[in-house]
Design a protein around this ligand. Sequence first.
Ligand SMILES: [Zn+2]
Length: 234
Amino acid sequence: MHSRRMPPSSHVRAVVVDALADALGVVFPTWCAGCAEPDVSLCGACRSELAFRGLTRRLGRMPVTSAVAFEGPAARMIRAFKEEGRTALARTLGPLLASAAVGYGDAVVVPVPSSASAMRRRGYPTAELLARRGGLQPVRLLSGTGAPADQRGLGRTDRERNVAGTLRARGCAGARVVIVDDVVTTGATLREAARALEAAGACVIGAATVATTLRPGHGDGDAIRLAQRLASRQ
Ligand SMILES: [Zn+2]
């Protein structure tokens, strides 16, 4: 882990991200993000549901490791983190992401960037914040191209087509990288991230996420739709 270095400008931005996240966190009232029990940010029962499971699937040649399934308290927590401004949850979700990334050794950790509109709405980059709270050292090698990628209501094929060309990478020729994100659903975003990184000369050894919707069609349809809606708003 110690071999990952950030340029000074990234460090300054990271400090700003941390400060902003902490400032946002204190203005929201407290109830369990997993089950709404009052006066506790995460109750014991929900915390126990967050045990690392290490769920791996493949997107083409790329292995994707996820800490937990996107269901139950984990899904509600991720939603609260992404859409309700509960940034303090990154201290719980971040270590899950780091656990999912452990198997990729000392690869450079590259977060999927939040879109400009998501940044305006939330004020913080979700994948990067999770990585930092997990003790990783994310490096901003990916950025948006400005192309629209509204994924709402699209099936897998349409999502892949819609997201193609929305990311670009630079400064990563020859680097071994692991892509990190909050949730993997169809994998369209991770595939686009891998495409952009490889086009810039990186070697993508895998991806890690906090949660996965695993086996669409066999799982919880509501959870999958929720995850797709959240993903569409990145
Ligand atoms: Zn709870």
